[in-house]
Design a protein around this ligand. Structure first.
Ligand code: SAM
Length: 340
């Protein structure tokens, strides 16, 4: 095996040249999804990863364990849609017995959540983020190309019932699609005690059709919400590495978050690292390079050799995502294959 690049930081920890330390691992457990959100995937889906290229549960757990050994404190399971991995409950259970135990979270579209919420909670899942861009059934069907809103609603209720709290809802606002109803989504979430966060649409679609000029900005979302609610910003120091700017709604205690990932990036405070379903480490959603762990692992690399590879990838993390720079190029992997 060729010797990996040894970063200055190889003595320990997932640090980069700008002093950021990775604590939050996003693990994509499959690239498949059961929705076809128009801003994410084409109607016909994508060429899925062949099974032999995907990490087995044992391989995933070995790598998650190494990330934890090197300072990661939260593992978020994502995908495509993580509930499409048949062994998702076993993966959660396997993560929950790693030492030191990380917080375990999941990002899902919620379609399959009603069926497995209880089992996931019993296996050790701590909380869940459900993606839901609209509460209008017709808009949902157009946007996701699937008539599954009722399943998502049941999934959310089941997650709350199973104690996967606070249940968070993530929404993307799109011009002419759902931007006129962001306050309706907030009202719906407030009534059910779900914590809502809007996120600006990013250039990560498989179709490469993202257009900055057409993006609904964080400021616009805030203005729309303010037509119905009084939003009071929470102090910036409470934010830490969290990407969302949070606001008390009508004096609280409920809050809403807005993530200005494009217009006001949080890269300086980013503490994330990513592992794809085929065993590549990525230091950023927008990275155009990645480091392969699967090949070396299957060739017999030791834990220390794999840690060197992870640290090297993190060391090379760029200062910022660079959207808006003249030389910005969208990554080849779409969001669904990286894991959002
Ligand atoms: N299927 C799961 C879900 O729906 O949560 C996990 C994967 S999905 C790619 C994760 C999140 O990324 C979702 O909230 C989705 O709305 C968001 N997303 C997808 N494409 C996006 C884009 N271009 N910009 C911003 N968010 C995006």
């Amino acid at each position: 095996m060729t010797r990996p690049f040894l970063p200055l930081a190889s003595s320990g920890g997932l640090v980069d040249q700008f002093g950021r330390v990775a604590r939050d691992l996003r693990v994509s457990v499959t690239d498949r999804c059961n929705l076809r959100c128009t801003y994410c995937m084409p109607a016909e889906g994508l060429p899925w990863l062949p099974k032999p290229e995907m990490l087995s549960d044992d391989e995933l757990l070995r790598l998650i364990g190494l990330f934890i050994r090197d300072g990661v404190t939260q593992a978020r399971l994502t995908a495509g849609d993580p509930l499409l991995r048949p062994s998702i409950v076993e993966l959660v259970a396997g993560t929950a017995v790693l030492e030191p135990r990380p917080r375990i979270a999941m990002t899902t579209n919620g379609v399959g959540l009603a069926r497995v919420s209880q089992a996931l909670a019993e296996a050790g899942l701590d909380r869940v983020n459900v993606s839901l861009d609209t509460i209008d059934s017709e808009t949902f069907t157009q946007l996701t190309r699937r008539d599954r809103l009722a399943d998502v609603e049941k999934g959310l209720a089941a997650a709350a019932e199973a104690g996967l709290t606070p249940v968070k809802v993530n929404a993307v606002a799109m011009r002419g699609v759902n931007d006129d109803s962001v306050a309706d989504v907030l009202q719906w979430c407030l009534e059910r005690r779900y914590e809502l966060r809007f996120i600006e649409q990013m250039p990560l679609d498989a179709q490469h059709a993202w257009d900055r000029g057409d993006m609904v900005t964080a400021d616009e979302i805030r203005a729309r919400l303010s037509e119905r609610y009084t939003l009071t910003p929470l102090p910036a120091e409470e934010r830490g590495s969290a990407p969302a700017e949070r606001f008390l709604v009508d004096g609280g205690p409920e809050t809403v978050g807005i993530i200005a990932s494009v217009t006001s990036p949080f890269c300086a405070a980013c503490d994330r690292t990513r592992l794809t379903a085929d065993g590549q480490v990525r230091n950023c959603l927008f990275s155009r390079t990645e480091t392969d762990l699967r090949g070396p692992m299957r060739d017999g690399a030791s834990d220390d050799e794999l840690l060197d590879l992870m640290r090297g990838e993190m060391w090379r993390k760029r200062r910022g995502h660079g959207i808006g720079d003249p030389d910005f190029v969208q990554p080849d992997r779409p969001m669904s294959a990286i894991g959002g």
